[in-house]
Design a protein around this ligand. Structure first.
Ligand SMILES: NC(=O)c1ccc[n+]([C@@H]2O[C@H](COP(=O)([O-])OP(=O)(O)OC[C@H]3O[C@@H](n4cnc5c(N)ncnc54)[C@H](OP(=O)(O)O)[C@@H]3O)[C@@H](O)[C@H]2O)c1
Ligand SMILES: *[C@@H]1O[C@H](CO)[C@@H](O)[C@H](O)[C@H]1NC(C)=O
Ligand SMILES: *[C@@H]1O[C@H](CO)[C@@H](O)[C@H](O)[C@H]1NC(C)=O
Length: 343
């Protein structure tokens, strides 16, 4: 009986999918376009609002800080490097942030997260935007790890770090009818070799916040950002090594990024804050990166095959002999594709 129901559904769902595509999609897209135009008109003014940014000491987070500062937001900055945070805070005040709180914390520690949310609300009396941005990556194949637990910090920082701060921030965000902005990654669907832990952590982040959106209803807006390649310490080659230490490995960076253009962090930050203030649900920067979603859906085999061909060197060969790096070295195209700060 159950089998029969499933057989009927197999046939029915394709007809339903077809009908949906023809009759429901066009009016739905029109409605969505109309609503997003309304959102552009009634975009949020963050002047005087309280914004907490994790991973504010470099890269995307640093520039998100400057972008919010220019708009007059009050800021709480979180990362582990105290001195760098102080510098970012000083520039932010200069750019227009009326009040900046600097908090040294590790987002992967639940007690730290509890503390920085608490301290922010104690200091400012409210919280309007929580920007979950802190993140790290490995660039090694699964089989290369001498101790597999060396990869655990990727999940602990990217996934659990975002979950902890969100957990403690939700009561305050409900009061302010605030927003959560989370930096996931296009890597979540791109199946790039040596980025398995990173991709998995970002896919987890996307699923988590999509589901949270349903749990919360309209109380708190959630903007999920999936950047392509953005100028930062990460794209400069700062990664978690297979030995479990943060290192600078520009050769490995070259292998992984190859000749894909890297967008400026300032440009990326402006797009993120614009979209968050409009209340958009998703943002991919640079926007051409969205084409890769189509590749993933319609040509997954091609995507996998080309990633393997380009990024994996032959057997017994070092990764730096992968075609992706050779293309870069032979053409010298890096100078055009990467901003000077990360060359
Ligand atoms: N750059 C890209 O191409 C790209 C693409 C897609 C997604 N993303 C995502 O964008 C986010 C920002 O990275 P980024 O590219 O700007 O790289 P980045 O320059 O390396 O910045 C990472 C930031 O996270 C902080 N951080 C790392 N671990 C932390 C921890 N345990 N606790 C607190 N802070 C921590 C770092 O500060 P401290 O070291 O001082 O703690 C730093 O401020 C990440 O989530 C990354 O995955 C980047
Ligand atoms: C935002 O609000 C502040 C005061 O709260 C005001 O001075 C500023 O002009 C507003 N900005 C925009 C772009 O509306
Ligand atoms: C949170 O702040 C309150 C003060 O409002 C303080 O009594 C409490 O100990 C703080 N908790 C944490 C975990 O920092």
């Amino acid at each position: 009986m159950n089998n029969l129901v499933n057989q009927i559904l197999d046939v029915a769902t394709s007809s339903i999918a077809f009908i949906t595509l023809i009759f429901i999609l066009p009016p739905f897209l029109c409605l969505r376009f109309f609503l997003s135009s309304l959102n552009s008109i009634f975009s949020e003014n963050v002047s005087g609002k309280v914004v907490l940014i994790t991973g504010a000491s470099s890269g995307i987070g640093e520039h998100l800080t400057y972008e919010y500062a220019r708009r007059g937001a009050r800021l709480a900055l979180v990362a582990r490097r105290w001195q760098r945070l102080l510098n970012v805070a000083e520039v932010s005040r200069y750019l227009g942030a009326p009040d900046v709180l600097v908090i040294c914390a590790d987002v992967s520690k639940v007690e730290d997260s509890k503390h920085f949310i608490n301290e922010t609300v104690n200091h400012f009396g409210r919280l309007d935007h929580l920007v979950n941005n802190a993140g790290i990556s490995t660039m090694s194949m699964l089989e290369e790890f001498p101790d597999i637990t060396n990869a655990a910090p990727v999940m602990e920082t990217n996934f659990w770090g975002s979950v902890y701060s969100t957990h403690f921030a939700i009561p305050h965000l409900k009061t302010s009818r605030g927003k959560i902005i989370v930096t996931a990654s296009s890597g979540a669907w791109l199946t790039v070799p040596r980025m398995a832990f990173y991709s998995a952590s970002k896919a987890a982040v996307i699923s988590f916040f999509e589901t949270l959106r349903v749990e919360l209803g309209g109380d708190i807006g959630i903007t999920i950002v999936t950047p392509g390649l953005i100028e930062s310490e990460l794209t400069k080659g700062k990664i978690l090594s297979k030995e479990g230490k943060m290192v600078l490995d520009q050769d490995m960076r070259d292998v992984e990024i190859s000749a894909v253009p890297v967008t400026s962090a300032e440009r990326c930050a402006k797009d993120i804050v614009d979209n968050a203030c409009r209340g958009d649900r998703y943002l991919t920067v640079p926007s051409w990166m969205r084409v890769t979603i189509l590749w993933k859906v319609f040509l997954p085999e091609v995507l996998e095959w080309s990633n393997r061909m380009l990024l994996v060197a032959g057997p017994e060969r070092p990764p730096t002999e992968a075609p992706s790096k050779k293309i870069l070295d032979l053409t010298g195209i890096q100078e055009v594709m990467y901003p000077p700060s990360i060359q």
